[in-house]
Write a protein that binds this ligand. Structure first.
Ligand code: MF3
Ligand code: CO
Length: 255
C-alpha cells in the first residue's frame, strides 16, 4: 500500500475523529480506580461511543489471528503490553497500571490514541518512572516530526529516550499511517537510526505509539489471540497519538 497523503479537508475530518478519541479516553480515565474491573472501563467507553454516535474502530477488527477484537477499548494491565481484552473478572488494584487504547471512525476517517494510567495514588517509584519515560518518548518522537527529516529520526528519538532510562522498546508492534483505514503505510517503528527510512512530508498522518517494557523487550501473545504480554513478566506502558503534518506544521490530532 502506498502512503495516502491527506488534503486539508481530510485532515479536518481526522481532527474531529481525534477529538472524539480524546473525549473517550478522558471519560474513561476517572473510572480507573481500585476495585473497578476492566469491563467497567469498556462500558464507559461503549456508552460514550453511543452518546456521540461514532463507530468504534477496534470492535470487530481482525488481526493476524483472524479473531475479531470484541471491544471498544483495549485495557492492558501491568505486564500486558497491548490489546488486553476487557473482562468483568479483571479487578484493578492499588499500584497497578492500565493502558487504555481506543479508536473511532468519524466521517470515514480514523483516530487512534492510547495512554497508561496509575490505579490509585501510590505507584512504586520505578513504575512511575516507566510511565513518565514512555510518555516522554512519545513527545520526543513528535519533536522529531517537528524537526522534519525521516521516520528513522522518529524511531531513533523514541528509542534513545527509553534506553537512556534503562527500559526497552517493544519491536513486534509499531506505529502506523492512519486515514480511511486504521492501519496504513508507512510503518512507524519506535526504534531505528537517524536519517534512515521515509522522508516526512505534508499530508502524512500517522500514529506514534511507543510500547515500553520495564525489563526485556520480548513479548508474546496469549491464547485469546490478542493479549500481548512481556515474556519476562515485567511491567509495560503504552502512549499513542495520531499526528498530522500540515502545511502549517505538525498537529497532534488526539490531544
Ligand atoms: N492502537 C492499536 C493499533 O493501532 C490498537 C489496535 S486494537 C485492534 O494497532 F483491535 F484494533 F486491533
Ligand atoms: Co495505533
Amino acid at each position: 500500500m502506498a502512503v495516502m497523503l491527506k488534503t486539508g479537508e481530510e485532515i479536518a475530518r481526522m481532527r474531529r475523529a481525534g477529538a472524539v478519541v480524546r473525549a473517550l479516553l478522558d471519560a474513561v480515565r476517572p473510572h480507573v480506580q481500585p476495585g473497578a474491573t476492566t469491563m467497567d472501563l469498556e462500558q464507559v467507553a461503549a456508552g460514550k461511543v453511543k452518546e456521540l454516535g461514532v463507530t468504534p474502530a477496534f470492535k470487530g477488527y481482525r488481526g493476524a489471528a483472524g479473531t475479531p477484537y470484541p471491544c471498544v477499548l483495549c485495557t492492558s494491565v501491568n505486564d500486558e503490553v497491548v490489546h488486553g481484552i476487557p473482562s468483568p473478572k479483571r479487578v484493578l488494584r492499588e499500584g497497578d497500571i492500565v493502558s487504555l487504547d481506543t479508536g473511532v471512525i468519524l466521517e470515514g476517517f480514523y483516530g487512534d490514541s492510547a495512554t497508561t494510567v496509575a490505579v490509585g495514588g501510590k505507584l512504586a517509584e520505578r513504575t512511575a518512572r516507566l510511565l513518565s519515560a514512555t510518555e516522554a518518548s512519545l513527545t520526543a518522537g513528535i519533536d522529531a516530526v517537528n524537526r522534519g527529516g525521516t521516520l528513522g529520526d522518529v524511531g531513533a528519538a523514541v528509542q534513545a529516550l527509553v534506553e537512556r532510562e534503562g527500559f526497552s522498546v517493544v519491536r513486534e508492534f509499531v506505529g502506523h499511517g492512519i486515514g480511511t483505514h486504521l492501519h496504513e503505510d508507512p510503518q512507524v517503528p519506535n526504534y531505528g537510526q537517524r536519517g534512515r527510512g521515509m522522508k516526512m512530508r505534508p499530508g502524512m498522518v500517522f500514529c506514534i505509539e511507543p510500547m515500553v517494557n520495564a525489563g526485556k523487550a520480548g513479548v508474546q501473545v496469549l491464547e485469546d489471540g490478542w493479549t500481548a504480554v512481556t515474556v519476562d513478566g515485567s511491567l509495560s506502558a503504552h502512549f499513542e497519538h495520531t499526528v498530522a503534518i500540515t502545511e502549517h506544521g505538525v498537529e497532534i490530532l488526539t490531544r
